[in-house]
Design a protein around this ligand. Structure first.
Ligand code: GLN
Length: 546
């Protein structure tokens, strides 16, 4: 029998449900289980691709080109669950699928309703992942907070699965908040109410993860257990940590969360070796060697907007034995700054991540120019590559009005243009150049050294592309194409010649980075930033030919 774990959240949002679900997956994998992860988002958008990063944080892209919730990124970093379109479910998709079937006449004569048609479709989507032969446990995270109108059909599907499969096959884990009020007192009442609400829907949680500012005392855990009808051992203290999120699986493990879950699911308890994760946390705690990176973008107010980029930079730090500190720089504000030295002083590298629309572009161009001229390591991701090209065309090729047609449709020198395949696209949803594509690295280039191979596979999400009309001019002036599609028609990677580390990529390497295995580009970038920091005087840094 296949096993399922549902993870719900109570009291309020932003308690870290995604990382909690991912940490459970991480622990179970370390106990030899084959784990799959699913995220359910109760919004009506079909996917996250049409939402603003300000509201919803980054859009995570899978190999098969699904634009999903950023929690899939957490799953990718904490587990080895394969992630595709199948692992991200939204209300929009479920309704679209049911309505499509209704139009095809496949419910002829019947009234189509939330129960059973919507709930059945939800269960089918979960089974499509969880019933595969090579899976032991599927962890299903239900987005939102218990009590929201939107998540009711998903919670009902969860209740039905517990009823149909039995408690020993389906576990309910609830993440809740124990807030601190005046006089340092921790309060359990919101948790009691949240569990009550869950029980009204028909779900009795088996495990509680209690988010609190400090570890819960035994007394408090006993009190919570008594009021919520959850066993004392299964009331887990999910207290704030001072180190890195990668310590969370270890904190759960110290309280035997893995053993409790496996016992409840009647699964074998195999030996556990968390050495790889322990090493990461230890390296983080012990390292006093700091590398400072400036991330220049326009979505900096919400700290999850560049989640995978931030994490991949930290991974690059782990791989180089340094602690990466991030400074988020608002590109729009940068537009008005006269003395850039003041802003960038003390940074050892600059990264311009992906983005859409014209706002803040000038600030990013200024950042790229500063990094190029001051020989500071620069990493351009997607829009960050296009920025590099615009800046170089303006400053070095002296094409003053060089631009992307995304920002200036009628500019005279469109160095970044709409992809040909995008010309006829009318719908916004899911129509970009998306997902995994192969890239041929230039023979003998530094990129081959970085990746250790000559053909790479990376994920994309863009509509615009470096124009082939300007390729030769850019190359002749010292901005080299060092990676293309296999047929050579599209630019995938460019590099500044005569610069210690100035690389721009049209894809999103951050999605494939793991704490235990930093992505090669991030590893190499942080190493270059560390070198820059150590040498400091720009002139002494060795030039690297592409
Ligand atoms: N807006 C640019 C494009 O569509 C860059 C996209 C991105 O950075 N993901 O090509």
């Amino acid at each position: 029998m296949k096993k399922y774990i549902f993870v719900t959240g109570g009291v309020c949002s932003s308690l870290g449900k995604g990382i909690a679900a991912a940490s459970i997956g991480c622990l179970l994998e370390h106990r030899g289980m084959r784990v799959r992860m699913i995220k359910i988002d109760p919004y009506i958008n079909v996917d996250a691709g049409t939402m603003s990063p300000y509201q919803h944080g980054e859009v995570y892209v899978t190999d098969d080109g699904a634009e999903t919730d950023l929690d899939l990124g957490n799953y990718a970093r904490f587990t080895s669950s394969p992630l595709s379109r199948a692992n991200s479910i939204t209300t929009g998709q479920i309704y679209q699928e049911v309505i499509q079937k209704e139009r095809e006449g496949r419910y002829l004569g019947r009234t189509v309703q939330v129960i059973p048609h919507i709930t059945d479709r939800i269960k089918q989507r979960i089974w499509a992942v969880g019933e595969e032969p090579d899976v032991d446990v599927t962890i299903v995270e239900i987005g939102g907070t218990v009590g929201d109108i939107e998540s009711i059909p998903f919670l009902e599907a969860c209740r039905q699965m517990i009823h149909e499969y039995g408690k020993k096959n389906v576990l309910a884990v609830h993440l809740t908040l124990i807030p601190e009020v005046f006089g340092n007192e921790l309060k359990t009442k919101p948790t009691q109410h949240s569990v009550k609400e869950l029980r009204e829907i028909g779900i009795q949680p088996d495990i509680l993860l209690c988010r609190a500012p400090r570890p819960l005392s035994e007394d408090l855990r006993r009190k919570i257990a008594l009021f919520t009808n959850v066993e004392y051992e299964a009331v887990i203290s999910a207290h704030d940590i001072k180190t890195t999120i990668y310590e969370i699986p270890l904190i759960y493990q110290q309280q035997n969360l893995d053993i409790i879950a496996l016992q409840k699911l009647e699964l074998p308890i195999r030996d556990l070796d968390m050495e790889d994760w322990r090493r990461i946390v230890q390296a983080f705690v012990e390292s006093t060697d700091i590398v400072r990176i400036g991330v220049v973008g326009k979505y900096i107010d919400l700290h999850d907007s560049y989640k995978s980029v931030d994490e991949a930079l930290y991974h690059g730090g782990f791989a180089n034995g340094v602690k990466v500190q991030l400074t988020k720089i608002d590109s729009e504000k940068l537009e008005k700054v006269r003395n850039l030295d003041e802003v960038f002083e003390g940074l050892h590298g600059i990264l311009v991540p992906g983005g859409f629309g014209q706002r803040g572009i000038l600030g990013m161009i200024k950042a790229a120019k500063w990094a190029r001229e001051h020989r500071v390591p620069y990493f351009g991701i997607c829009l960050g590559l296009q920025i590099m090209v615009i800046e170089f065309a303006r400053s070095v090729l002296k094409l003053e009005d060089a631009d992307s047609t995304e920002f200036s449709p009628s500019c005279k020198n469109p160095v970044v243009v709409l992809l040909e395949e995008q010309l006829d696209v009318k719908n916004y949803g899911g129509t970009m150049r998306l997902g995994r594509w192969d890239t041929q690295l230039k023979p003998g280039s530094r990129l081959i050294e970085i990746y250790g191979t000559d053909v790479i596979h990376e994920r994309h999400r863009h509509r615009y592309e470096v124009s082939n009309r300007y390729r030769q001019q850019l190359e002749d002036a010292g901005m080299r194409v060092v990676g293309t599609t296999l047929d050579g028609t599209l630019v995938e990677i460019m590099q500044w010649e005569k610069h210690p580390w100035g690389i721009g990529v049209q894809f999103h390497p951050e999605f494939q980075s793991k704490p235990t295995q930093a992505h090669p580009l991030f590893r190499s970038f942080i190493r270059a930033c560390k070198e820059y920091r150590d040498v400091r005087a720009g002139e002494q840094i060795p030039e690297r030919e592409p």
